[in-house]
Design a protein around this ligand. Structure first.
Ligand code: HAM
Length: 446
C-alpha cells in the first residue's frame, strides 16, 4: 500500500470526531456566563458558611450502586461505567451527594465540629436521551450540610439555593416540597402504595409492573401519561408520616413561611434517587415560558434536593450521619430566558488596545505587554493584522479608551505612541517611562 493510500484510510470525517451526543463545548460569552454564575453561587454559599470541596469525576462503582437505589433510572440505566486496564470498576459520577458523603467518611470528618457544610461545582454524567434541559454531560452547583438532623439545616439549604437563583435573575421561583418519611413510617406508606397500585395493575406501563416488585416509591416517578393519571389518586406519604417526621416537616414549612419563600406541597414528589428521607424538594421557575413552536413549556426543575439521613450507612459508615443538601442544574439556569448573565471577576474590559507594526516591534512587544500586565492594565491586541489603519479601526471598535502604538521607528527609538481614543491626542512615551505613564493612565481610567 502506498503512503498516500494508507493516509487516506486514516482520515476521519467531521461527524466522526464531533463532540459526543448530549455533551458540548462551552466558550465565548457562554463560558463567562457559567463562570460568573459559579462565582456568585460560591460567594453566596461562602457568606452562609459553606466551604468548597471537589471530589474526583470518577468514583468506584459501589459509591453509587450501594446508594442510589435499585430500580432508579440513574443507577440502572444512566450510569457511564468503565473497567480500567488494572481491572477497577469505575463510574463517571452521575451525581455529587454520594461522593461527598464518601469523602466525609473517608476523611473522618465526624471528628470535626458538626455540621460540616460544603459547596461544590463540576460536571456530571448521565446516559439520558438529550432533550430540553437534559444533557449527558451537565454541570451542577451543590450544597450539602452533613452531621445534623435539625430542620433548620433543610431550611438553610433551600434558602441558600433560592438566593443563588435570585442572584442569577430568577424572580418567580417556586419550591415544590414533600416529606417521604423515615424508616419508622416508610413501611406503612409502602404498604398503602403497593395496595393501591395492585388494584390498578392493568393500567400500569411495563416499567411500573417491575417497579411495583422492586421499588414501589419509583412508581411515582413514572413519566408515562397513563401512569401519571393514576399517580394523582395514589395515597400520599404525608398521610402516613410518624409524629417525628410530621413535626420535622412542619418546622421546615414554618421556616419557609418565616423567610417568605413561596412553596407548594407536592404529594407526588419523591425524586429519582433512593437515599432520601423526610424532606424532598425541587425549585422551579414559575414564569410561563413558550416553546419554539409557541406551545407553553412544562416547567423544569432548576434544582432539587432533600434530606438523606441513611446514606452514610449505605456507604458502610458504622454511624448514621444525618444530612441534607441540594444541587442546581447550572446548564438549565444558563439556558433559561429568565437568567441574567453575571460577569466573572476575571473578565476585564480592555483599557488599552496594543498595536505593534513590523518585525522589530513584534520582538520587543512582549516587554510592553508585561509592563501593562504588572500594572494591572488589561489589553486587547490583534496578533495577525499588520496595517496601522486596519488595527486602528479594530482599536476603535474595541472600546478601549487608549491605544498604544509600537511601530518600527518606536522600536528603534525605544518609545511608544500613546493615543487617547476619545480626544485623539497622541504623545510619545519613552519605554523606560512606560511604567510611570501607565500608573497615571490607571488613575485616569478608573
Ligand atoms: P437531581 O435532581 O438528580 O439531584 O439533579 C439536580 C439538578 O441537576 C436537577 O434539578 C437539574 O436541574 C439538573 N440535572 C439533572 N440531570 C440533568 C441532565 N441530564 N441535564 C441537565 N441538567 C440536569 C441530584 O443530583 C442530587 N445529588 C441533589 C442533592 C444534593 N440531593 C441532596 N444533596
Amino acid at each position: 500500500m502506498t503512503n498516500e493510500k494508507s493516509d487516506k484510510k486514516k482520515k476521519v470525517n467531521e461527524d466522526e470526531i464531533a463532540s459526543p451526543k448530549g455533551m458540548r463545548d462551552i466558550f465565548g460569552k457562554e463560558y463567562y456566563a457559567y463562570q460568573g454564575f459559579f462565582e456568585k453561587a460560591a460567594e453566596v454559599a461562602t457568606y452562609y458558611g459553606f466551604r468548597p470541596i471537589e471530589t474526583p469525576v470518577l468514583e468506584r462503582e459501589p459509591v453509587f450502586t450501594s446508594s442510589l437505589g435499585v430500580g432508579t433510572d440513574i443507577r440502572d440505566k444512566e450510569m457511564y461505567t468503565l473497567k480500567t486496564k488494572g481491572g477497577d470498576h469505575l463510574v463517571m459520577r452521575p451525581e455529587g451527594t454520594a461522593a461527598i458523603m464518601r469523602a466525609y467518611i473517608e476523611h473522618g470528618m465526624q471528628a470535626q465540629p458538626q455540621p460540616v457544610m460544603f459547596y461544590n461545582y463540576g460536571p456530571y454524567f448521565r446516559h439520558e436521551n438529550p432533550q430540553r434541559g437534559r444533557l449527558r454531560e451537565f454541570r451542577q452547583f451543590g450544597l450539602e450540610i452533613l452531621g445534623t438532623p435539625k430542620s433548620i439545616a433543610d431550611a438553610l439549604i433551600i434558602r441558600t439555593m433560592t438566593l443563588v437563583l435570585e442572584e442569577a435573575g430568577f424572580k418567580n421561583l417556586s419550591v415544590e416540597i414533600n416529606s417521604i418519611g423515615d424508616k419508622t413510617c416508610r413501611g406503612s406508606y409502602m404498604r398503602a402504595l403497593v395496595g393501591f397500585y395492585k388494584k390498578h395493575t392493568s393500567s400500569l406501563c411495563s416499567d411500573c409492573h417491575e417497579r411495583l416488585k422492586t421499588n414501589p416509591l419509583r412508581l411515582l416517578d413514572c413519566k408515562n401519561p397513563k401512569c401519571q393519571e393514576l399517580k394523582a389518586e395514589a395515597p400520599t406519604s404525608i398521610a402516613s408520616l410518624c409524629n417525628e417526621c410530621r413535626h420535622h416537616f412542619k418546622e421546615v414549612i414554618e421556616y419557609l413561611e418565616a423567610m417568605e419563600i413561596s412553596y407548594r406541597i407536592n404529594n407526588n414528589l419523591v425524586r429519582g434517587l433512593d437515599y432520601y428521607t423526610r424532606t424532598v424538594f425541587e425549585v422551579i421557575d414559575a414564569t410561563p415560558t413558550l416553546l419554539e413552536n409557541g406551545e407553553p413549556a412544562a416547567p423544569i426543575a432548576l434544582g432539587g434536593g432533600g434530606r438523606y439521613d441513611y446514606l452514610a450507612k449505605a456507604l458502610g459508615s458504622k454511624k448514621e450521619v444525618p444530612a441534607v443538601g441540594c444541587a442546581i442544574g447550572v446548564d438549565r439556569v444558563i439556558m433559561s430566558p429568565a437568567h441574567k448573565p453575571l460577569d466573572p471577576r476575571i473578565l476585564k474590559k480592555p483599557k488599552v488596545y496594543f498595536i505593534q507594526l513590523g518585525s522589530e516591534a513584534k520582538l520587543k512587544s512582549f516587554t510592553i505587554i508585561e509592563t501593562l500586565r504588572k500594572a494591572h492594565v488589561p489589553i486587547a491586541q490583534s496578533l495577525s493584522k499588520d496595517g496601522l489603519a486596519q488595527q486602528l479601526a479594530i482599536a476603535e471598535r474595541s472600546g478601549a479608551p487608549y491605544t498604544i502604538i509600537f511601530g518600527q521607528k518606536e522600536a528603534l527609538d525605544d518609545t511608544v505612541i500613546a493615543r487617547n481614543m476619545e480626544t485623539r491626542s497622541q504623545e510619545t512615551v519613552k519605554l523606560a517611562d512606560l511604567p510611570d505613564f501607565v500608573k497615571h493612565l490607571k488613575d485616569e481610567l478608573r
